[in-house]
Ligand binder design. Sequence first.
Ligand SMILES: Cc1ncc(COP(=O)(O)O)c(C=O)c1O
Length: 321
Amino acid sequence: MMQKNQPLSSAIEAIGNTPLVRLSRLTRGLDGHVLAKLDYLNPGLSKKDRIARQIIEDAESDGTLKPGQTVVELTSGNTGTGLAIVCATKGYPFVAVMSKGNSMERARMMSALGAEVVLVDQLPGAEPGQVSGGDLELVERQTQRIVAKRQAFRADQFRLKGNFRAHYLQTGPEFIKQSGGGIDAFCDFVGTGGSFAGCAAAFKEHNPDIQCFVVEPVGAAVLAKEPVTYSNHRIQGGGYSMPHLPQLQHAHIDGYLKVTDTEAVDMARRLAREEGIFAGFSSGANLAAALHLLKGSFKGKTIAVILCDSGLKYLSTDLWA
Ligand SMILES: Cc1ncc(COP(=O)(O)O)c(C=O)c1O
């Protein structure tokens, strides 16, 4: 791990090694602790910088990415921003394919970082800010067309091992080191499942007693085998109602937690007001789930969560209204 107290050779070296903060204001009056990893402090303002770097560097190592080849990926904005940073630095053209349902700050940021951004219409009747599995299917088809046409490398975050590896090799071990080994549980809102699976594998290797929980939206908890009644939830970056996620195939899952839109929003707002931490919807979801654990069977324990991206990415939404 590169030290950050000396000049770095590029912004890529500034990815990862994010601070871990004990949220003692938010947990006042509760028995137990929440340790939050401030991954919104990565250069692209999200945890996805980590996987962007790992996916590109893995592909460079195994020869699947050739010098100067175009890189393409389907993104809700964060992975695309990470890839834009990594590709700009290393000299690969990058095309980001994104649903119009995601907030426009993300598209603007990717363009600013030199990416070509292709926006895909949502299904008829869909709400902006609420990207469903059906909307994502449209983005997937467009992505495949672009990859074929440009003979591009697909930085496929749903399938490539680099997603899992980034969190298994970096995020998980950072949690263990920074916490001094005192973590009892980890809960994580799932999009691709890469963060959950990678961290859970690192945690279980360190101490099999650390309990790892998947977090899903109420009404779209397909991994917990519940029917989908609310696919248009507002927690951007996950909860896509996809029951078979390759990244979760061999994951250690001890249980499933559910959060509502309102809980995620309330927690993101409290995080900003009470802890001075400006993060997005899914960070609020992770925190809401952690508090469920502390108020339930994990009373007196220490729960680890990732704060996935910056609140700046949602200025155009009503998160901060
Ligand atoms: C803001 C945000 N939160 C959570 C997630 C889910 O993370 P993962 O794909 O590792 O499951 C994503 C993924 O895109 C995201 O962008």
